[in-house]
Design a protein around this ligand. Structure first.
Ligand code: ADP
Ligand code: MG
Length: 591
């Protein structure tokens, strides 16, 4: 083989400025949504009160952002579209205490280099707007146009000169969805500014200025949040946190419903999102995510926004302490607010989620009481006050009236009376919660050696979780050893009430450990391990349970120090139907 000749390698050369520009643009401008984000942030920095976004074909064909801000003097228009030119950092000014959303001076230049852009602006002291047309980074013309004070940026044919980029764009409707989500994030980060979106000439969204975060959240997340939420407030390292968070009953199927902002800037932060979720820990099923808005007000030096060109990823100076403080604040808010059962009491029945319907175990709103009638054949008050077969009682506890258990429907739902209210209880959820609390306190589980060890196949991530968390797995009651290249042998499993957890639960536990075992979520790991085991060991739907035994479970539930109305996975445990509700169902209201 001959060595490669000198011609095989092209020489190093400097890129021409237009190519540099287009490469750099790729960092800021990914799709119409990112263009809109940059333009709206500029409008907010210009102290606009109302911002209107007009799009065609999801913004691929054309998009426009118009504001009523302080505008750009005509002799600065060229600079506005030039790279590394900004009015937001004074000469020799610090770059680590940025108060504005922009400061890198590259957005307009980047957008102009990959599209046809028209920038028109009228400062308040001028008669008309002056404008510039830019095509692929080249200024091609100037114009004057009538306009109220403010700025309009129009962007057409995005990526007309970078076909490679075009290929990564989605369909117009999908781009429109991305764009609307970007606008929602901007609104919830700075809800004092009005935002409107028109698509193909029709208004498709309108977010009015809101001084109350709850009102703003309701606009985006749905009105349920007004009823089923709790406030988040308090000090955190470097500043303060404020927010509104949905109760477990209105969780979402993805993490997208949680909106984070720092000093008015919408951000994405895994550690903080995880901290919020960890605070719910045992109140949310593993498949559900909290919804809400979290605003951090931090000293500028406590946060570095100059990590990524879009500034969506930021760095916090004391990230671990901050996440932990947020987790604690959310937990406080969650426990201080009324619990699931109280909520059911106020709203009739558990509410549905904001977007994706009711949680799996919530009863549908308006469930007729027919079910109940079938299940309650015994408790009939006779005129004389005599009662038929005495129901098993659950003694009253602090904050709770006692319960009289009447019977059980389908070996799952118990029917009880408490004061004037009818109460329905999910036997699995109740038992799971009690078991979970017990496990959490005792720290480890009884185990049972298996006569015939069971072979399980573990995936790569599960095997590394096993290496990293051998001790947790052991104290959870499992004994497991390698058995061939990707198989393991389970020699012992946890037990409770004489029932063994299935060997396969170890794989589930390892999934939990590999997901949840992050240093920023200190309590998360233990809580999740315990919840998984409790779920497997608890009384199940379909298990016949004696009334006395279940009364014991409920007494233990009522004795818990924290009001525990949700199972560790967040499904409701009990539903309280007030007498007044029954009266309404039976058309007795007013009597
Ligand atoms: P940056 O926002 O980082 O400064 P941009 O490229 O986004 O960089 O904008 C460049 C400059 O143009 C801004 O610093 C600002 O002075 C001006 N500008 C852009 N958009 C607007 C607007 N909507 N209203 C007023 N001035 C604007
Ligand atoms: Mg900008």
């Amino acid at each position: 083989m001959t060595p490669p000749g000198p011609d095989a390698r092209p020489p190093i050369r400097r890129l021409d400025p237009a190519t540099v520009e287009r490469i750099a643009a790729g960092e800021v401008v990914e799709r119409p949504a990112s263009v809109v984000k940059e333009l709206v942030e500029n409008a907010i920095d210009a102290e606009a009160g109302t911002i209107t976004i007009r799009i065609e074909e999801g913004g691929l064909e054309r998009l426009e952002v118009a504001d009523d801000g302080f505008g750009i003097p005509s002799d600065e228009l060229e600079l506005a579209v030039a790279r590394h030119a900004t009015s937001k950092i004074p000469p020799d000014g610090p770059i680590d205490r940025i108060g504005s959303l922009g400061f890198r001076g590259e957005a307009l230049a980047a957008i102009a280099s990959v599209a046809r852009l028209r920038l028109a602006s009228r400062p308040p002291d001028r008669e008309a707007a002056e404008g510039l047309s830019v095509v692929g980074g080249e200024i091609v013309g100037r114009f004057t146009a009538p306009r109220a004070p403010g700025t309009t940026v129009e962007v057409e044919d995005l990526f007309f000169n970078t076909p490679a980029r075009r290929k990564f764009l989605k369909s117009p409707p999908a781009e429109q969805v991305e764009l609307m989500q970007a606008v929602e994030r901007l609104y919830l980060a700075a809800p004092r500014v009005a935002l409107r979106i028109e698509a193909e000439g029709r208004e498709i969204a309108n977010y009015p200025p809101a001084s109350d975060l709850r009102d703003a959240a309701a606009r985006v997340l749905g009105p349920e949040i007004l009823r089923a939420s709790f406030a988040l407030t308090g000090e955190v390292p470097g500043g303060r946190v404020r927010g509104v968070i949905g109760r477990p009953a209105i969780s979402a199927a993805s993490s997208r419903g949680l909106y984070l902002a720092v000093n008015g800037r919408s951000i994405a932060s895994r550690p903080i999102a995880q901290a919020v979720r960890a605070a719910f820990g045992d109140y949310l099923p593993r498949t559900r995510f909290p919804v809400g808005v979290v605003h951090l007000e931090l000293a500028p030096e406590a946060v570095d926004v100059n990590v990524h060109p879009t500034k969506r990823e930021v760095r916090f100076v004391r990230e671990r302490e901050l996440s932990e403080a947020i987790r604690r604040r959310v937990r406080e808010g969650l426990l201080a607010a009324p619990q699931v059962a109280d909520l059911a009491e106020r709203t009739g029945l558990a509410p549905a989620g904001p977007r994706d319907g009711a949680r799996p175990a919530s009863p549908a709103p308006g469930t007729p009481p027919g079910v109940v009638a079938r299940a309650v054949p015994v408790q009939r008050r006779l005129g004389s006050g005599t009662e038929l077969p005495a129901p098993t009682g659950v003694p009253a506890a602090t904050g709770h009236p006692g319960l009289s258990l009447l019977g059980c429907l389908d070996e799952l739902y118990w029917v009880a009376v408490s004061g004037d209210d009818l109460v329905l209880i999910d036997q699995h959820a109740a038992s799971e919660r009690v078991l979970y609390e017990r496990l959490r306190r005792s720290g480890s589980l009884a185990r049972q050696e298996l006569v015939d060890p069971i072979v399980v196949r573990l995936a790569g991530a599960q095997r590394s979780a096993l290496d990293a968390h051998a001790e947790e797995v052991r104290s959870a009651g499992f004994e497991i050893e390698p058995f061939g290249p990707d198989e393991h042998r389970v020699r012992a499993v946890p037990t409770f009430r004489g029932r063994r957890a299935p060997a396969a639960a170890v794989a589930e536990l390892l999934d939990e450990l590999s997901e949840g075992g992050r240093p920023t979520v200190p309590d998360g790991l233990a809580e999740r391990t315990t919840a998984t085991i409790a779920c497997h060991a608890a009384i199940r739907a379909g298990d016949p349970v004696a009334r006395e035994e279940f009364a014991g479970v409920l007494a233990a539930l009522y004795a818990l120090p924290e009001a525990a109305y949700a199972c560790p996975h967040g499904r409701p445990i009990l539903l309280r139907i007030p007498r007044s509700r029954l009266d309404r169902w039976f058309l007795r209201s007013g009597t």
